[in-house]
Design a protein around this ligand. Sequence first.
Ligand code: PLP
Length: 396
Amino acid sequence: MNDDTRNTWNKATKAVHAGTRRSQYGEVSEAIFMTQGFVYDTAEQAEARFESIGPDEFIYARYGNPTVAMFEERIAALEGAEDAFATASGMAAVNGALMSILKAGDHVVSARALFGSCLYIAEEILPRFGVEVTLVDGGDLAQWEAAIRPDTRAVFFESLSNPALELVDIKAVAELAHANGALVVCDNVFATPVYSNAIAQGVDLVIYSATKHIDGQGRALGGVILGSRELIRKTVEPFMKHTGGSMSPFTAWIMLKGLETMALRVKAQTAAAAQIAQALQGHAQLSKVIYPGLDSHPQHALAMSQMGAGGTMLAIEVKGGKEASYRFLNACKIGIISNNLGDAKTILTPPAFTTHQRLPQDQKDALGITPGLVRISIGLEDPDDLIADFMAALSH
Ligand SMILES: *Cc1c(COP(=O)(O)O)cnc(C)c1O
């Protein structure tokens, strides 16, 4: 099969077949090449491979590995990106994407509503290396426009933010960034690869924590950076392969198998999330039900045009603060209290006291991370069972 045939496949076909490399044994399930290195037939071959590496040639697993290459090709095909580099975790991907394109003296504009570790990179690490970071309210285009300058090298945001589910208008921010020569780096975890058109919408580097919907079953940490061949191979790869954040072959195998079922899982989780959000909306014990698929979400129209669906995550605010939200959490019998997301199991998280515990109160207030807020990652259980469980827990 040549690449031209593959490019005409629809996503479901790519999710199962793209990137497949069969060994001489013709295995059906992708092989795990659990090897750190590769043997050369001759010294001349070793020399030639270090000089220039072919598409089916490998040197050392930190640089590349056949199982990892299968995962990179499959996720790149799904995302509509030219190329990808797989990483040891989502944070290795965020750090690698930013550090590989930035240098001292550069300016970055970032949305304020970020996953805790992403915020640590923006607020603590980048400034330590002489990168100036301006934080903006990601949903407010005027703030992006005011903050982006001719010396802005990159803009960074989560397209759908954790935990308050605010959207960034990818196309509009990309236009502002590109007009100033800045690269667009998007952490697209909450949108998922299933509802992503990020490359077409103008993102230069798309990042996923594969730990979330790509694995989808809570087994392994992983991540990926996607973009043009030029950016991935000339800028991202040299940084990643020399700094050690590469994905292991075993993890790549888990993620490859995850990609085969990802769309089925994410679509079922999204349908369930929509049904559950609808059922919870207006409940007397809740001051808020936040779900981008609901008409009541302030950016519902943008969610529909950008993602085409509301996604697998919702957030509720229980009336009565911490005490009431903890009573709800402790009374739920199906959803588990944890901090992963995109999992087959429904996962409940109180962000104010866990993932975002360290934020100062004023920042929590600005991000809507109130004591009563509960983030819910909808799993693959029967949605009617989940609704009954949530209703019972709310009446506790
Ligand atoms: C989980 C997550 C990350 C980090 O991914 P890890 O695989 O845990 O390193 C980054 N961004 C977002 C939005 C996430 O949800």
